[in-house]
Write a protein that binds this ligand. Structure first.
Ligand SMILES: Nc1ncnc2c1ncn2[C@@H]1O[C@H](COP(=O)(O)OP(=O)(O)OP(=O)(O)O)[C@@H](O)[C@H]1O
Ligand SMILES: [Mg+2]
Length: 450
């Protein structure tokens, strides 16, 4: 469908001339002779962009602009200033116009402006759609904090709901930062143990002896410094769930004790003789290759099979790129709020850079990236320049890179030839966009041998 451009001007010649011009460029042009007529049209049908004169009898351009801005804030409006007063244009921009054109209208300027306005409108719409999709997803998914619509995530969520009610042990694997802990949280929240204790232990954070007493507790005098009897994490988790993060890091003697808890639901405290019985569901996670650890003798085979009753593999972010836009919006909302900023979305170039990046640090890296972009951002949209340099450097087609160390002449050549390509080889348009004379552009191109 053609984009529709409403042309508002009280002078018949200008109105008709502009309608014809935009129709020749492939848009649908709709004339309106004053602000009132324009306002009626805007309320009665879909309009993609408005070009309006400022001084008109009846409802003038600036009043029309204000009405549009308050009812249709995303409808782009460009104003025409015929009376050489730049102040009018400045006021119009303050009132929400996205740009202005001076009369007589330079058609190539007009076309560039239309292209820019429509793409900025598309951008705003895309952000709004993304926000709606995210809200919908979260509404359907109140039990889990997992954002994602990719098949991989949907499958994961299905499996989680299926296995949540059972007491079976779960092993969650995946690269660092993919969301293993988020998956563990989701399992618990869908299970009937949701309101029971949920204890998390980071196995790599403690040295071997401390880990054992952390998990199982110790009796008074079990070792120097054990001044009183303690309850371990398993006892605290009784009736509920324990999450053993980085399970690949635990030593042999703790592995044996853990195996016994999984098989017999019992253990003894460090230094103790009394057997303690518990009812605990075990969820373990690792980014190590446990099969390899097992084959190389560092991880007990029997323990591996006990843990691996249900296996959930969380795929890396680069294998579920469909989730990147939603996750980006999710983190944007979060950090925008945290920093008291009002950022609504991403420019197209920022969005495509986020999409194209490989994310070796997965969702955690994406979260950090959006946090820093929110801090850097000075407008209502995150732009490419707000992103960390390693991410913003991915290739794009609406921008050029001028390497540092270039001379002015080299830079000029790059700008002129790339703009020529961007304008589809049209030299007159190129000259207009660059604000150069056509002859100058012609001469430069000849110098470059084009
Ligand atoms: N599907 C998701 N939706 C929203 N946020 C997510 C999602 N997955 C992960 N996150 C967020 O990404 C970050 C990393 O997730 P998490 O800590 O669960 O990863 P991990 O796999 O346990 O990483 P590591 O191996 O480094 O421990 C967290 O801040 C988490 O809240
Ligand atoms: Mg983790």
């Amino acid at each position: 469908m053609k984009d529709t451009i409403l042309i508002v001007d009280d002078e018949l010649n200008i109105r008709n001339g502009l309608v014809q011009a935009v129709e020749m460029e492939g848009y649908e042009g709709i004339p309106a002779a004053d602000g009132e007529e324009a306002w009626k049209i805007i309320n009665s049908r879909e309009i993609d962009m408005v070009i309006t004169d400022l001084r008109m009898p009846g409802l003038d351009g600036s009043s029309l602009l204000k009405k549009i801005y308050s009812s249709y804030p995303t409808l782009p409006v460009v104003v025409l200033t015929g009376h050489g007063t730049i102040e009018d244009a400045v006021t119009a921009m303050q009132n929400g116009a996205i740009d202005f054109l001076t009369k007589p209208v330079n058609l190539n300027h007009l076309f560039v402006l239309i292209k820019k306005s429509l793409s900025s409108r598309d951008m705003i719409r895309k952000n709004e759609e993304l926000q709606k999709e995210l809200d919908r997803l979260k509404g359907n998914n109140t039990y889990s904090q997992m954002v994602g619509k990719s098949q991989a995530v949907q499958r994961l969520l299905d499996t989680i709901q299926q296995i949540a009610p059972s007491k079976a042990s779960v092993l969650i694997t995946g690269e660092s930062g993919v969301g293993k802990e988020v998956v563990a949280n989701a399992i618990v929240s869908y299970s009937d143990r949701a309101k029971k204790p949920f204890i998390k232990v980071h196995c790599a954070a403690l040295n071997e002896n401390l880990l054992e007493s952390e998990l199982f507790g110790h009796v008074k005098g079990a070792y120097t410094g054990a001044i009183s009897e303690t309850r371990g994490r398993f006892e605290q988790a009784d009736g509920g769930t324990i999450f053993l993060d980085e399970i690949g890091e635990i030593n042999q003697s703790t592995q044996i004790k853990l195996l016994r808890v999984l098989q017999e639901h019992e253990f003894e405290k460090v230094g103790g003789e009394k057997t303690v019985k518990v009812d605990v569901r075990v969820i373990a996670a690792t980014n190590k290759d446990l099969e390899k650890e097992m084959k190389e003798g560092r991880f007990r085979e029997d323990l591996y099979y006990r843990l691996n009753v249900v296996r959930l593999e969380v795929p890396p972010l680069r294998d579920r790129k469909d989730d990147i836009p939603l996750l980006s919006m999710h983190f944007l909302n979060m950090y925008s709020k945290e920093n008291n900023k009002n950022i609504e979305g991403f420019t197209n170039s920022a969005r495509s850079a986020l999409y194209n990046y490989e994310w070796p640090g997965n969702i955690r890296e994406l979260s950090n990236c959006i946090e820093s972009a929110v801090v850097m951002c000075r407008t209502n949209l995150i732009d490419l320049n707000d992103l960390p340099i390693n991410i913003s450097r991915s290739p794009r087609n609406d921008a050029i890179t001028i390497p540092l160390g270039s001379t002015m002449e080299e830079a000029e050549k790059l700008i002129i030839t790339s703009t020529l390509a961007w304008c589809g080889g049209n030299k007159t348009k190129t000259a207009d966009v660059l604000n150069l004379g056509r002859k100058t552009v012609q001469r430069k191109l000849e110098e470059y041998g084009k």
